[in-house]
Design a protein around this ligand. Sequence first.
Ligand code: FBP
Length: 250
Amino acid sequence: MVTYANKLMQHGKALFLAYDQGLEHGPRDFNWTNARPEHIIHIAQEGQFNGVIFQKGNAEQYNREVRKAEVPLIVKLNGKTTLCDGEPISQQLCDVEDAVELGAAAVGYTVYIGSQHEHTMLSEFADIQWEAHEHDLPVIAWIYPRGASVESVGAPQLMAYAARVGLEIGADIAKIKLAGTQADLEWAVQCAGKTHIVISGGTKTAEAELLEDVDTVMAAGASGLAIGRNIWQRDNPVAMAKQVRERVFG
Ligand code: FBP
């Protein structure tokens, strides 16, 4: 049995730098420094991240820089903006072949469970998972409960549901949002079985709060984090990344 996730991880742990927010949120997250993808590649390199997550455009335009920095590239295959109303859907924008050509070490895909469109995303994910594994690439699934029928997006039982969906759909790594206590996350990790759980970073918080969350995540048995704003919005992102890294890899 191939364990695709191990191609990306060190001793079952990983720290990824997420930078797909330009599509997901628009430039509201950026300043003059972190709007530059070169800056993010520098952080990923100096902070020894296990991968930098780019949409296809950045992956193409900055491919030379990524390769030079020798940072593993994770290509996000779907995405959406914040500008549409209605039930969330994130459809595929590029495919596994594109990612392979770009030299990707893994691919990522978001599924909004609970959305009226979840069947579309689950079905696209199934094809991607099969094709990525054919190319020996691990697949990371962002699994976020969303949509009008999801009453409490931040409920701990939904975090466990998201984690379990990761296992059921064959994700090598599931990226979920932290909700509830350490015990809640322990249950989510248990529900994910052999699918590795990484936690999303969220909006920028106080340094101490972030580090405390990292400790909770690791103590609960998760495999690490895929974190963006909480690193690259800081004045000294590399120093912060090193502190997070020390806690993840212990
Ligand atoms: P952050 O660490 O900056 O929260 O990024 C994690 C992430 O999943 C990104 O990959 C993605 O762009 C963003 O959050 C989407 O967040 P949301 O859908 O909650 O706005």
